[in-house]
Design a protein around this ligand. Sequence first.
Ligand SMILES: [Zn+2]
Length: 205
Amino acid sequence: MLTVGIHCYRQIMDGPDFPILGTEPIAVEFANTRYGIGDERIDFLGTARWIEEWFTLVSARHGLPPSDEGLGGDEARVRALRDAVHNVLSAAIDGQVPETGAVDRVNTAAAAAPTHPRLDWTAGSPTAHRLDTTGGSTAVLGRIATCCIDLVTRPHSSILRRCGSPDCSLMFVQNHSRRRYCHPSCAHRDRQARYYRRHLKGATS
Ligand SMILES: [Zn+2]
Protein backbone atom coordinates (compact mmCIF):
# COMPACT_ATOMS: atom_id res chain seq x y z
CA MET A 1 0.00 0.00 0.00
CA LEU A 2 2.95 2.34 0.54
CA THR A 3 3.68 4.66 -2.31
CA VAL A 4 7.19 5.74 -3.06
CA GLY A 5 7.56 9.46 -3.38
CA ILE A 6 9.51 12.48 -2.40
CA HIS A 7 9.10 14.59 0.69
CA CYS A 8 7.13 17.56 -0.46
CA TYR A 9 6.08 20.36 1.77
CA ARG A 10 4.41 21.95 -1.20
CA GLN A 11 4.20 25.69 -1.43
CA ILE A 12 1.01 26.96 -2.95
CA MET A 13 0.11 30.55 -3.67
CA ASP A 14 -1.39 32.23 -0.59
CA GLY A 15 -1.68 28.83 1.02
CA PRO A 16 0.12 26.64 3.49
CA ASP A 17 3.10 24.37 3.03
CA PHE A 18 1.21 21.12 3.26
CA PRO A 19 2.73 18.43 5.50
CA ILE A 20 2.64 15.74 2.81
CA LEU A 21 5.31 13.10 3.40
CA GLY A 22 4.73 11.40 0.06
CA THR A 23 5.70 8.03 1.54
CA GLU A 24 2.64 7.14 3.60
CA PRO A 25 -0.73 5.46 3.00
CA ILE A 26 -3.51 7.92 2.23
CA ALA A 27 -5.17 7.58 5.66
CA VAL A 28 -1.90 8.63 7.36
CA GLU A 29 -1.35 11.59 5.03
CA PHE A 30 -4.99 12.57 5.65
CA ALA A 31 -4.59 12.43 9.45
CA ASN A 32 -1.36 14.44 9.20
CA THR A 33 -3.32 17.45 7.87
CA ARG A 34 -4.25 18.06 11.50
CA TYR A 35 -0.79 19.23 12.38
CA GLY A 36 0.76 20.21 15.70
CA ILE A 37 -0.28 20.09 19.32
CA GLY A 38 -2.35 22.50 21.44
CA ASP A 39 -2.08 26.18 20.52
CA GLU A 40 0.40 25.40 17.79
CA ARG A 41 -2.11 23.30 15.89
CA ILE A 42 -2.74 24.08 12.24
CA ASP A 43 -5.63 22.63 10.28
CA PHE A 44 -4.32 22.14 6.76
CA LEU A 45 -7.87 21.31 5.64
CA GLY A 46 -9.18 24.45 7.33
CA THR A 47 -10.81 25.99 4.26
CA ALA A 48 -12.58 24.71 1.15
CA ARG A 49 -9.70 25.99 -0.97
CA TRP A 50 -7.06 24.17 1.06
CA ILE A 51 -9.12 20.98 0.86
CA GLU A 52 -9.23 21.30 -2.94
CA GLU A 53 -5.48 21.98 -3.09
CA TRP A 54 -4.58 19.12 -0.77
CA PHE A 55 -6.63 16.56 -2.69
CA THR A 56 -5.17 17.82 -5.97
CA LEU A 57 -1.68 17.14 -4.58
CA VAL A 58 -2.36 13.63 -3.28
CA SER A 59 -5.10 12.15 -5.51
CA ALA A 60 -3.04 10.86 -8.41
CA ARG A 61 -0.32 9.33 -6.23
CA HIS A 62 -2.89 7.42 -4.18
CA GLY A 63 -5.16 6.53 -7.10
CA LEU A 64 -8.16 8.21 -5.52
CA PRO A 65 -11.33 8.14 -7.64
CA PRO A 66 -11.93 11.35 -9.59
CA SER A 67 -14.36 13.80 -8.05
CA ASP A 68 -15.66 16.25 -10.63
CA GLU A 69 -17.33 18.52 -8.14
CA GLY A 70 -14.25 18.51 -5.85
CA LEU A 71 -14.28 18.02 -2.10
CA GLY A 72 -14.23 21.67 -1.07
CA GLY A 73 -18.04 21.71 -1.14
CA ASP A 74 -18.03 18.97 1.47
CA GLU A 75 -15.82 20.77 3.99
CA ALA A 76 -17.57 19.66 7.17
CA ARG A 77 -17.74 15.99 6.10
CA VAL A 78 -14.07 15.97 5.05
CA ARG A 79 -12.86 17.46 8.33
CA ALA A 80 -15.14 15.25 10.44
CA LEU A 81 -13.70 12.12 8.78
CA ARG A 82 -10.17 13.50 9.06
CA ASP A 83 -10.63 14.04 12.82
CA ALA A 84 -12.05 10.52 13.16
CA VAL A 85 -9.14 8.96 11.23
CA HIS A 86 -6.70 11.01 13.32
CA ASN A 87 -8.35 9.74 16.50
CA VAL A 88 -8.27 6.10 15.35
CA LEU A 89 -4.64 6.18 14.17
CA SER A 90 -3.52 8.07 17.32
CA ALA A 91 -5.23 5.46 19.48
CA ALA A 92 -3.37 2.72 17.58
CA ILE A 93 -0.06 4.51 18.20
CA ASP A 94 -0.79 5.13 21.88
CA GLY A 95 -2.13 1.61 22.53
CA GLN A 96 -5.55 2.95 23.46
CA VAL A 97 -9.10 2.43 22.28
CA PRO A 98 -10.39 5.24 20.02
CA GLU A 99 -13.55 7.23 20.71
CA THR A 100 -16.72 5.33 19.76
CA GLY A 101 -17.85 8.25 17.63
CA ALA A 102 -14.61 8.18 15.65
CA VAL A 103 -14.94 4.43 14.95
CA ASP A 104 -18.58 4.93 13.91
CA ARG A 105 -17.67 7.74 11.55
CA VAL A 106 -14.92 5.73 9.85
CA ASN A 107 -17.30 2.76 9.49
CA THR A 108 -20.06 4.96 8.06
CA ALA A 109 -17.72 6.45 5.45
CA ALA A 110 -16.44 2.99 4.46
CA ALA A 111 -19.96 1.53 4.25
CA ALA A 112 -21.14 4.40 2.04
CA ALA A 113 -18.62 3.45 -0.64
CA PRO A 114 -18.51 -0.32 -1.12
CA THR A 115 -16.17 -1.71 -3.77
CA HIS A 116 -16.16 -5.02 -5.59
CA PRO A 117 -13.44 -6.98 -7.39
CA ARG A 118 -13.52 -7.31 -11.16
CA LEU A 119 -11.77 -10.13 -12.94
CA ASP A 120 -9.97 -9.24 -16.16
CA TRP A 121 -8.81 -12.27 -18.16
CA THR A 122 -8.88 -11.98 -21.88
CA ALA A 123 -5.31 -13.14 -22.45
CA GLY A 124 -2.30 -14.16 -20.37
CA SER A 125 -2.77 -14.16 -16.60
CA PRO A 126 -5.91 -13.13 -14.75
CA THR A 127 -5.86 -9.83 -12.89
CA ALA A 128 -8.32 -8.32 -10.45
CA HIS A 129 -9.20 -4.67 -9.91
CA ARG A 130 -11.37 -3.19 -7.22
CA LEU A 131 -14.16 -1.06 -8.62
CA ASP A 132 -16.05 1.68 -6.81
CA THR A 133 -19.82 1.46 -6.66
CA THR A 134 -20.12 5.16 -5.85
CA GLY A 135 -18.48 8.35 -7.12
CA GLY A 136 -17.52 11.83 -6.02
CA SER A 137 -16.58 12.66 -2.47
CA THR A 138 -18.38 9.57 -1.11
CA ALA A 139 -16.00 7.32 -3.06
CA VAL A 140 -12.92 9.33 -2.09
CA LEU A 141 -13.76 9.44 1.62
CA GLY A 142 -14.76 5.76 1.55
CA ARG A 143 -11.37 4.84 0.13
CA ILE A 144 -9.60 6.75 2.93
CA ALA A 145 -11.81 5.19 5.62
CA THR A 146 -11.11 1.69 4.23
CA CYS A 147 -7.37 2.42 4.24
CA CYS A 148 -7.64 3.51 7.91
CA ILE A 149 -9.39 0.25 8.86
CA ASP A 150 -6.79 -1.83 6.98
CA LEU A 151 -3.93 0.00 8.68
CA VAL A 152 -5.01 -0.53 12.26
CA THR A 153 -6.06 -4.14 11.76
CA ARG A 154 -3.31 -5.59 9.63
CA PRO A 155 -0.57 -7.73 11.19
CA HIS A 156 2.49 -6.22 12.82
CA SER A 157 4.55 -6.21 9.66
CA SER A 158 4.02 -2.47 9.65
CA ILE A 159 3.59 -0.35 12.71
CA LEU A 160 2.22 3.13 13.12
CA ARG A 161 4.46 5.66 14.86
CA ARG A 162 4.59 9.35 15.71
CA CYS A 163 7.68 11.30 14.68
CA GLY A 164 10.50 11.20 17.25
CA SER A 165 11.17 14.92 16.96
CA PRO A 166 9.55 16.71 19.94
CA ASP A 167 8.24 19.55 17.77
CA CYS A 168 6.72 17.34 15.06
CA SER A 169 3.38 15.56 15.25
CA LEU A 170 3.43 13.67 11.95
CA MET A 171 2.52 10.00 11.93
CA PHE A 172 4.12 7.40 9.70
CA VAL A 173 4.22 3.67 9.08
CA GLN A 174 7.46 2.29 10.49
CA ASN A 175 8.51 0.30 7.46
CA HIS A 176 11.90 -0.57 8.91
CA SER A 177 12.82 -1.07 12.53
CA ARG A 178 15.26 1.83 12.78
CA ARG A 179 12.99 4.52 11.38
CA ARG A 180 12.17 6.97 14.19
CA TYR A 181 11.35 10.14 12.28
CA CYS A 182 8.74 11.09 9.71
CA HIS A 183 11.46 12.29 7.35
CA PRO A 184 15.28 12.62 7.31
CA SER A 185 14.93 16.41 7.70
CA CYS A 186 13.27 15.86 11.10
CA ALA A 187 16.04 13.46 12.13
CA HIS A 188 18.64 16.02 11.09
CA ARG A 189 16.91 18.87 12.98
CA ASP A 190 16.55 16.76 16.12
CA ARG A 191 20.21 15.69 16.00
CA GLN A 192 21.27 19.31 15.64
CA ALA A 193 19.05 20.43 18.54
CA ARG A 194 20.52 17.73 20.79
CA TYR A 195 24.04 18.64 19.72
CA TYR A 196 23.49 22.32 20.56
CA ARG A 197 21.92 21.45 23.91
CA ARG A 198 24.95 19.34 24.81
CA HIS A 199 27.34 21.96 23.49
CA LEU A 200 25.62 24.75 25.42
CA LYS A 201 25.63 22.67 28.59
CA GLY A 202 29.32 22.01 28.16
CA ALA A 203 30.06 25.71 27.58
CA THR A 204 28.22 26.92 30.69
CA SER A 205 29.38 24.29 33.18
ZN1 LIG B 1 8.75 14.77 11.88
